[in-house]
Design a protein around this ligand. Structure first.
Ligand code: 13P
Length: 259
């Protein structure tokens, strides 16, 4: 059975002190949970990565991911952060292609394919995000949009590398809106994505790959979303900024994993 993953995307929130407080609160609460079986990933802003990777090694309770990386390897690219730099801080995951990067920073599927390559070359796992905007869903184009995002940005990976990837389905209309996809809508898209993995790779890759749901996922709706057969956990935005809510979501994911 695939293990569940709960990943927190802090986005551009929190000062250093607030981040320190949040992670300590989270660790205290995780300490109380002896049955935490799911994998927990925390994705803070770049300046806080080292604080978290240090704690990761001390506490062994969570893994650390970045929210983005450069499409370039190294060199004169002022303001960019390379995948190699992230790896040198012991970061193991990197979110690629979040809809906010696609929308506000003009990241195309072609740029994202390069970012995925840099992440894989540096032995990290991309958390590759896909999802349609409201107009696309209303026009019945959501499957087509997600298919193109996957085919252009992720499915160029060869058979072995796809095993390192995680996919996050985040319908844009559900992000930060409080309007969560129904469990049926999430399941339908996740099953479709898994079918695409099977078509481009094979049954083993489709059975193995973790597909997370993101978009107004919170402590109240996590169980019903994560109990869908093709939903392997969540990519959590605002609820990851509250230790109580985030740990509750992790606990719900763990409960759904059989011994
Ligand atoms: P919210 O959980 O705040 O809707 O954000 C989801 C998200 O974008 C995670 O990457």
């Amino acid at each position: 059975m695939r293990s569940k993953i709960v990943a927190g995307n802090w986005k551009m929130n929190l000062t250093f002190d607030e981040a320190d407080e949040l992670v300590n609160d989270m660790l205290d609460r995780l300490d109380e949970e002896h049955e935490m079986k799911c994998e927990v990933i925390v994705c803070p802003p770049f300046p806080y990565l080292e604080m978290l990777t240090d704690m990761e090694y001390e506490e062994q309770k969570f893994n650390v991911g970045a929210q983005n990386c450069s499409a370039y390897d190294k060199g004169a690219y002022t303001g960019e952060v390379s995948a190699k730099m992230l790896k040198s801080l012991d970061v193991d995951y990197c979110i690629i292609g979040h809809s906010e990067r696609r929308k506000y920073f003009g990241e195309t599927n072609e740029i994202l394919a390069e970012k995925v390559n840099r992440v894989i070359e540096n032995n990290m796992s991309p958390i590759y995000c896909v999802g349609e905007v409201l107009e696309e869903r209303e026009a019945g184009r959501h499957f087509e949009v997600v298919k193109e995002q996957l085919e252009k940005g992720l499915f160029h990976l060869d058979g072995d590398a796809i095993y390192d990837a995680i996919i996050a389905y985040e319908p844009v209309w559900a992000i930060g809106t409080g309007k969560t996809a129904t469990p049926e809508q999430a399941q339908e898209m996740h099953a479709y994505i898994r079918q695409l993995v099977k078509e481009h790779y094979d049954q083993a890759a489709a059975d193995d790959i973790r597909i997370l749901y993101g978009g107004s996922c919170n402590a109240k709706n996590a169980t019903e979303l994560f109990s869908q057969p093709d939903v392997d956990g969540g990519l959590i935005g605002s609820a990851s900024l509250k230790a109580e809510d985030f740990v509750s979501i992790c606990k719900q994911a763990s409960k759904l994993m059989k011994d």
